[in-house]
Design a protein around this ligand. Sequence first.
Ligand code: NAD
Length: 350
Amino acid sequence: MHKSGSGSTLGPDGLDLTQAFFKPISNAAPPSPTKRHNKISVIGAGNVGMAIAQTILTQDLTDELVIVDNKPDKLRGEMLDLQHAAAFLPRVKINSSVEYSVTAGSDLCIVTAGARQIGGESRLNLLQRNLSLFKAIIPPLARYSPETVLIIVSNPVDVLTYIAWKLSGFPSNRVIGSGTNLDSSRFCFLIADHLQVNAQDVQACIVGEHGDSSVALWSSISIGGIPVLSFLEKQQIAYEKETLENIHKTVINSAYEVISLKGYTSWAIGYSVASLARSIIRDQRKIHPVSVLAKGFYGIGDVEVFLSLPAQLGRGGVLGVTNVHMNKEEEQRLRDSAKTILEVQTQLGI
Ligand code: NAD
């Protein structure tokens, strides 16, 4: 059995099996031009890229999934492994190539390619290794999909999102870093675990750098709609600031801990990025803490720096930044976080 040039399937005697199985309906109406076809490309078929790809597939977020990597054998192996799950998944066209032309016309491009963080290595140390790599990845992506939304996952994610913005020439609303979406999920998990509640009932946000200078917004945390700190104060329930600081420290150390134990992180970032893909592709207008151009927000000033702020995501990418309440200390920490990222960015000279 082989494919004919027209895509129909021919049996050994030249019989067109597609025609034999399916008698075409005469006068069939063509597919509606208003029916949207979605295409998502994932760049990098490593642990993170494949966790994202498989979460996108299981959550039925796209009609077409493309994977790009510069290691052809590994790439083909990963593609086949996913294709072999076809009987258990909604119908999706899965394709892969080392060539960027395969990504043409993508609605969303997710970049995970990069040097991996080695145990104990800070995210900022990864930067030089990933900068030249982005110079080879972003321009062809932008050329083949000029209308796409870019999500950057590779670390250090905030600076690389800035670099991707510069290299793509896209408007800033179409360049997003996965940022602290994952840190915030870790934060919700730890608070939920501490208070024995469901993590989905915890509204808690980490902003700033995806890394050591991130800022936990304790003053706006609520559980089931009840603001936590003001509730504890009104009930005169004593809480230790140190306990709160320790939860935040655990969030910061989470990635280092997982990497030292299993060598890399994958499942949580897979779910985290799939949640961003859903908000964008399905125009959910949901608010996520993600890395966006922070110029002019929260007193950050007239500087071109990407860091995480609570942003509303929809089909066009970033629709707006939420004006969340921050106390003076939180605002100061956010500005310090911006300074940390900006210092590294300035050293790059781009
Ligand atoms: P990995 O080493 O398993 O995968 C990286 C992949 O990129 C490899 O398959 C490699 O072949 C590919 N690659 C390298 N150069 C390429 C190029 N020029 N073109 C195409 N593909 C190329 O690493 P990983 O564990 O998947 O992590 C990937 C990145 O994601 C790292 O930078 C890591 O720090 C980052 N990460 C970010 C977050 C976050 O929250 N933002 C979380 C986890 C990991």
